[in-house]
Write a protein that binds this ligand. Structure first.
Ligand SMILES: [Mg+2]
Length: 209
């Protein structure tokens, strides 16, 4: 385990935004006369790229027409976004160890920037790729643009799409069970590494450095 660069997903990997995401999704559904989902139903049905999820739950509705409601409901959610335990320590360790850090996230860029600055996490990242609908389409150019060696680069994420993206880019996938996709779905993808949370990954990195 000799990583020189790590790409991080955001939601479910570094921050917990499931409560406001569920709140906002249910507002969008309500607006279209669709019944609200509970947390576990949402986790089972949600997937990336998220337009596929919306085509599933609101077939034929243009995704752009949902974004305004989603964004305002997200910001008005009774439960807000929190930094996941061990996330800050993980980034701090990478910084000390000289491991280059990047963000690759589907989250709306406006929402992402608000959170990253509010939590003072933006400063850990050499570059940020947010608002990326299909991460598989971008992984190749990110590796090229930053001259990242696939052999020493990994993508840390909580969803099947993150593991698929890592495989697509020919890099290691480091899955964490702190996010959206249920554990059995992550396990079925055979990620390179699977951790309960970032503290266990950090422990392994510390041993290697
Ligand atoms: Mg995620």
């Amino acid at each position: 385990m000799n990583y020189q660069a790590l790409l991080f997903d955001w939601s479910g990997t570094l921050v917990d935004d499931l409560p406001p995401t569920l709140h906002a999704t249910n507002e969008v559904l309500r607006e279209h006369g669709v019944e609200a989902m509970d947390r576990e139903t949402f986790r089972h049905r949600f997937r990336l790229p998220y337009p596929e999820f919306y085509e599933d739950v609101l077939p034929g509705v243009a995704i752009e027409s949902l974004e305004g409601t989603f964004r305002s409901a997200f910001n008005e959610s009774p439960k807000g976004v929190t930094v996941l335990p061990h996330a800050r320590e993980m980034l701090e360790f990478c910084c000390q160890a000289g491991i280059r850090c990047f963000v690759l996230s589907s989250m709306d860029t406006g929402l992402f920037m608000e959170q990253a600055h509010a939590f003072d996490l933006h400063r850990y990242f050499e570059a940020i790729y947010s608002g990326i609908i299909d991460k598989r389409e971008h992984i190749g150019s990110i590796l090229t643009d930053h001259q990242l060696n696939p052999a020493t680069t990994g993508f840390v994420g909580d969803m099947v799409h993150d593991i698929e993206t890592a495989k697509h880019g020919g890099i290691d996938s480091i899955a964490v069970a702190t996010g959206y996709d249920p554990l059995e779905r992550i396990t079925a993808m055979s990620p390179t590494h699977l951790y309960d949370d970032l503290s266990h990954f950090r422990t392994d990195l510390e041993k290697a450095h």
